[in-house]
Design a protein around this ligand. Structure first.
Ligand SMILES: NC(=O)C1=CN([C@@H]2O[C@H](COP(=O)(O)OP(=O)(O)OC[C@H]3O[C@@H](n4cnc5c(N)ncnc54)[C@H](O)[C@@H]3O)[C@@H](O)[C@H]2O)C=CC1
Ligand SMILES: CC(C)CC(=O)C(=O)O
Length: 365
């Protein structure tokens, strides 16, 4: 990967490689854009096959956060961290405390939270070294792991997508194929089960599958079978790039609505599912409940205010479908335009009527 060329092409600000020999920390912080405010995005810990794969994931996720925070109306930019390692066996206190000191060194340009492979406890360790972390334990005035709130937003967004596809937003009797039954999707399945949806689930973690089968009477399928299920809705809630040349031909669903970040491998895949008539809830819009929730911590957490704003994901998804139909563009393009137009407006206004303590008059004093 030609890093500078990639960063220049996609307008990235900063890429920070963090290493700590004592703890084994190998972290990559990607800051995409801070026009709207400090970059906020979670920290993912994963067994990447290569350093290049980790760098690319950090960059893609960080740009997604810029669009997510902009479309959600937040005064936050986009950033993300990936830590190379197995979250089940490579974690230690020093790792997250060292990482917290690296975040502190960025002096508020980047604020972190949870993502795949990291937990509220990990955030608490980071919090020992910096205040630029959210999703920490409630005792620190936070809201804890945002996953359940993300799940609520995905549930509301899925209902809006169902209304677009089937004429009403009830999920009763609908079959939902869920990929990855982790933090977010387990709570999502609770909402869906409660409303009477039928669940098909898969996960590479068999304990996670077993838990969902026992709790919701879900049907379990193998990981590579999830795409071809005869389901009304496909809910990708694992990793990204799963809407691609290999999986699209298998899809039988009418709706794609899930929590995973960066679901489209490439923009062309968003075009293809649009042409197939599949209703696609743009990933960074439907899964923005987590960031909306933790952003509320920055103003002094108020759960009622946060949950009300997360419920509004329903309306935002409806607005995006309306733009998509009005302008005859795929829904992911409509979402991108919404985000890019807000960033451009704020960038323009910030470039005007600049207050500057240095002027010709000040030099006369
Ligand atoms: N946690 C949050 O609040 C938010 C999460 N997201 C995104 O939602 C997705 C899920 O996040 P979490 O639930 O927090 O992570 P998690 O790690 O708790 O759950 C992900 C699940 O997917 C499974 N998985 C991984 N690869 C798989 C594969 N190839 N096939 C089937 N299952 C697979 C894992 O075993 C795990 O159980 C991620 O893409 C994350 O970036 C997005 C916004 C907020
Ligand atoms: C609060 C975090 C979960 C935000 C984030 O990283 C995400 O929405 O992907």
């Amino acid at each position: 990967m030609e890093i500078f060329k990639y960063m220049e092409t996609h307008d990235y600000e900063q890429l920070v490689i963090c290493q700590d020999k004592t703890s084994g920390l190998k972290a990559i912080i990607a800051i995409h854009d801070t026009t709207l405010g400090p970059a906020l995005g979670g920290t993912r810990m994963w067994t990447y096959a290569s350093e290049e794969e980790a760098i690319e994931d950090a960059l893609r996720l960080a740009k997604g956060m810029t669009y997510k925070n902009a479309a959600a109306g937040l005064n936050l930019g986009g950033g993300k961290t990936v830590i190379i390692g197995d979250p089940k066996k490579d974690k230690n206190e020093e790792m997250f405390r060292a990482f917290g000191r690296y975040i502190e060194g960025l002096n508020g340009r980047y604020i972190t939270a949870e993502d795949v492979g990291t937990t509220e406890e990990d955030m608490d360790l980071i919090h020992l070294e910096t205040d630029y972390v959210t999703g920490v334990s409630a005792e620190f005035g936070s809201s804890g792991n945002p996953s359940p709130v993300t799940a609520y937003g995905v549930y509301k967004g899925m209902k809006a997508a169902a209304k677009e596809a089937f004429g009403d937003d009830s999920l009763k009797g609908k079959t939902v194929a869920v990929q990855g039954v982790g933090n977010v999707a387990y709570t999502l399945c609770e909402y869906l089960h409660e409303e009477g949806a039928k669940l098909i689930v898969t996960d590479i973690n068999k304990d996670a599958v077993r838990r969902a089968v026992e709790a919701f009477g879900a049907i379990a399928v193998e990981a590579d079978e999830i795409y071809s299920q005869d389901a009304d809705i496909f809910a990708p809630c694992a990793l990204g790039a799963i809407i691609n040349d290999e999986t699209i031909p298998q899809l039988k669903c009418k709706v794609i609505a899930g929590s995973a970040n960066n679901q489209l491998k490439d923009p062309e895949h968003g075009d293809r599912i649009h042409e197939m008539g599949i209703v696609y809830a743009p990933d960074y819009v439907i899964n923005s409940g987590g960031v909306i929730n933790v952003a509320d911590e920055l103003a002094g957490y108020n759960r009622e205010r946060a949950m009300k704003r997360v419920a509004g994901i329903y309306d935002t998804i409806e607005q995006i479908f309306a733009i998509s139909k009005r302008d005859n563009i795929p829904s992911y393009v409509a979402a991108d335009r919404l985000a890019e137009e807000r960033i451009a407006r704020v960038a323009k206004s910030r470039g005007q009527f600049l207050q500057n303590e240095k002027s010709v008059l000040s030099r006369k004093k």
